[in-house]
Design a protein around this ligand. Structure first.
Ligand code: ADP
Ligand code: MG
Length: 611
């Protein structure tokens, strides 16, 4: 048989390699900016159009390249950063594989202009899908400018696979943050579709963090510092009370390279244990210095993973360094997370005080008059049973003689039962362990999960607000100012319309601040930040294009935050209103997250257990 093995042509090999290096526009941004950093630049400008799908340009003032080097830089395994295998263990540069430019040029239209400081003219190079289509002398400033157009032009499948501009831009911003945080001494500028998204002057780390994540960040930061033989730790953690629902602000850098490492992450989280609320994440910006020969960063093509020789020691040192900072800056004493439960129950009745019995004295009272018409009366609240359809559902067994007719007669429940009638409600519900509401139904008993039930009620209410009527808004006397990171602000702008339908009113988006002048009816001012935080976290993965799924996520995020929690004591009125409202919803059986809201136990079942 004939031989069948052949070497792949270079452009095919490059395309295959490109698949590993370039997953999306953000990967190109990362590689280009890292090259600019490696070139010793003090100023780096990033320009993108359409989230990088049409254009990505990185301009630096670094050392530039000779015409020959410019040509060579696009060859695979062409690098100036290592010469021998041993160099791999003393790496101080971002790049070293010599693959990035070759890969990018294989799947896009690339134009490079570069000039070294001591040369009068520079070189221009144009490459399309690995083919050099132009090479000439160019008059260009010192440094390098690389333009990448029409990414994935020759791999339509890849191009179609790209997400919406909002999502792709968010990935780019993430990569930009990582490099910008690692190099506060470099001036970065970032333009998207002609408008400046970030302008980060050269400064120190603290200021860099503040410039990226907003003015309010400064007060959140607590420095961490530790020097040992194995590891040097430097950077900041955020005070526990600022822990967020989103994992966004967690950064590890090892020898100035952003890395992900769940083991180290655990070390930091465990130092925060007991200090942050469940399911919130403390922010951190930690820079670890280790001997380059003690790590292997080569285990992943995009180089965000890292392996250490002595992980256990690192874990212990990191954890104690963080704990030390928390203690030293007096943020460690266990915080009181008990929220004012009054804020949690949006029921109007909650704030209603029971009526104080009134004593009316009739001045004309004459005990000797025959007919005591004007006698002194003491008005105690009446003790009548509640009537209405509620009774049909949750009847007191003592009042029914005929148990054989036990059946749900009506699912229609009016939600207003307890608002019209302010008398002391009858105790037909009981709260069990501040978690379940137990009540009787005709066939036996029902146990309701208060948190999930309330989620269902709020979810439908918010969904209706967003999709059907315009949500009613309560105007704030003093507009609320909240600050967010640029990414979050962008996201909020995307969501503005839907949010306004729920009752939010945004009066201004200024820099990293949002001014809110109105909020939905059922939420209190103190809950606004929490709701928005939850929202941003839920939308982080993707802002769906369809407005329904947007409304759905929004309603879910809001009900998740605002529903009464397990562990909250509910007044009898609130319990009953909750039960009422739950059974008035379209789908009382499950929470918006598809978890059962209640279970029932029939008298027969109970009977059986007594056998
Ligand atoms: P690596 O960064 O892994 O070496 P790249 O493909 O990213 O591989 O780049 C290849 C080479 O091109 C680099 O080693 C460097 O010498 C040169 N180079 C790339 N970008 C720049 C730049 N912005 N300024 C100066 N030299 C650059
Ligand atoms: Mg590189």
């Amino acid at each position: 048989m004939a031989d069948i093995i052949q070497l792949l042509p270079d452009h095919v090999a490059n395309q295959i390699a490109a698949g590993e290096v370039v997953q999306r526009p953000a990967s190109v941004v990362k590689e280009l900016i890292e090259n600019a950093v490696d070139a010793g630049s003090t100023e780096i400008k990033l320009i993108v159009k359409d989230a990088g799908k049409t254009l990505i340009q990185v301009v630096d003032n670094g050392k530039g390249m000779s015409a020959t080097d410019a040509r060579l830089s696009f060859e695979r395994h062409a690098t100036s950063k290592i010469k021998a295998a041993e160099d791999l263990f003393q790496l101080n540069t971002k790049g070293f594989r010599g693959e990035a430019l070759a890969s990018i040029a294989a799947i896009a239209h690339v134009e490079m202009n570069t000039r070294q400081e001591d040369e009068d003219v520079g070189a221009q190079l144009k490459i399309e899908g690995s083919k050099v289509v132009g090479q000439e002398v160019s008059v260009t400033p010192k440094g390098t400018s690389i333009l990448v157009k029409n990414l994935f032009f020759n791999i339509p499948a890849r191009r179609n696979f790209l997400k919406s501009d909002t999502v792709e831009l968010r990935h780019i911003i993430d990569e930009f943050h990582r490099v910008a945080l690692a190099h506060p001494d470099i001036h970065f500028d970032f333009y998207n579709n002609g408008s400046e998204l970030f302008n980060l002057p050269a400064t120190n780390l603290r200021q860099r963090i503040v410039h990226i994540f907003g003015g309010k960040t400064n007060e959140k930061l607590v420095p961490v510092q530790e020097d040992t033989e194995v590891i040097g730790i430097d950077g900041f953690i955020c005070k526990p009370k600022f822990a967020k629902k989103t994992r966004g602000e967690q950064f590890f850098f090892v020898n100035n390279r952003f890395v992900k490492n769940s083991y180290l992450h655990h070390a930091v989280s465990s130092a925060f244990e007991g200090l942050v609320k469940e399911r919130t994440h403390p922010g951190y910006f930690l820079f670890l210095k280790v001997d380059p020969s003690a790590i292997d960063i080569n285990i992943h093509p995009t180089k965000t993973e890292v392996k250490f020789d002595d992980e256990h020691a690192m874990y212990a040192i990191l954890r104690s360094a963080v704990k030390h900072s928390l203690g030293q800056f007096n943020v460690a004493p266990v915080l009181d997370f008990e929220r004012d439960s009054n804020l949690d129950t949006p029921y109007d009745y909650k704030s209603k005080r029971p009526d104080v019995p009134t004593v009316e004295v009739d001045a004309n009272f004459n005990p000797f008059e025959k007919e005591n018409k004007g006698k002194a009366t003491v008005n105690y609240p009446k003790r009548e049973r509640q009537t209405g359809s509620w009774e049909q559902l949750y009847v007191g067994l003592d009042e029914k003689k005929d148990f054989s007719s036990i059946e749900l007669e009506s699912e229609e429940v009016t939600g207003s039962l307890f608002t019209e009638n302010e008398e002391t409600p009858s105790a037909t519900t009981y709260q069990l362990h501040k978690k379940y509401i137990v009540t009787t139904i005709k066939s036996g008993m029902v146990i309701i999960n208060q948190h999930r039930a309330h989620q269902r009620v709020l979810y439908e209410q918010f969904l209706k607000n967003i999709t059907v009527d315009k949500g009613v808004s309560q105007q704030l006397l003093f507009p609320l100012k909240l600050s967010f990171s640029k990414t979050e602000i962008e996201l909020l702008k995307d969501l503005k319309d839907s949010l306004e339908n729920t009752g939010f009113l945004f009066s201004d988006f200024k820099g990293d601040e949002v001014e809110i002048s109105g909020i939905p009816l059922h939420i209190s001012e103190s809950e606004v930040a929490m709701v928005i935080d939850q929202l941003l976290s839920d939308f982080q993965a993707e802002v769906p294009d369809s407005s329904f799924s947007q409304a759905d996520i929004l309603a879910k995020a809001m009900c998740k935050t605002l529903a009464v929690k397990s562990g909250e004591l509910l007044s009898v009125e609130s319990q009953e209103a909750l039960v009422n409202n739950l059974f008035a919803t379209k789908d009382p059986t499950v929470s918006p997250f598809n978890k059962p809201t209640y279970i029932t136990m029939t008298v027969e079942e109970i009977d059986k257990r007594f056998l």
